[in-house]
Design a protein around this ligand. Structure first.
Ligand code: CUA
Length: 151
């Protein structure tokens, strides 16, 4: 009798685990990926967001920098943002995976084709910051850089 009870309990636990795993698989496949913004790298120029890259003021002290990366340039380059403002970089790549790194800050992002990368930063001091691509993207990789002027 006792054996029968344990057997029932064991099977019950197994069934519960299977339900949990099944649920997780379902939840995961339906969850995070659908929340990720994706786009067709071939149609970046027609994309509602990336058709007009540039720096835009979106709040009293808040800016949005919409940027496209391609071999071997940041578009637009030579940005200018105000000191102390919250800056949201919204980026995508038109071709291969590039990097967006600003040495001396904690800005370091991977920008992949088909995906929208977002990173926010507040430059608390004025200056000229170098922006470099830190993902090997081809023959011009070493030269892929631009600047952000904070003033
Ligand atoms: Cu772009 Cu390296």
């Amino acid at each position: 009798r006792l054996e029968e009870l344990w057997l029932t309990v064991s099977i019950g636990i197994l069934v519960i685990f299977m339900i949990i795993i099944g649920y997780q698989t379902f939840a995961l496949s339906m969850g995070p990926p659908s929340h990720k913004e994706t786009l067709d790298p071939q149609k970046v120029d027609q994309h509602e967001r990336f058709s007009e890259p540039g720096v835009k003021q979106i709040g009293s002290n808040e800016y949005e920098v919409v940027m496209t990366l391609e071999s071997f340039a940041f578009n637009p380059g030579n940005l200018e943002v105000p000191v102390g403002a919250k800056v949201h970089f919204i980026m995508t790549s038109k071709d291969v995976t590039h990097g967006f790194q600003v040495p001396g800050t904690n800005i370091n992002a991977m920008v992949m084709p088909g995906h929208i990368q977002k990173i926010s930063h507040t430059f608390s001091e004025p200056g000229e910051f170098l922006v470099v691509c830190n993902e090997y993207c081809g023959i011009g990789h070493q030269a892929m850089s631009t600047t952000i002027t904070v003033k």
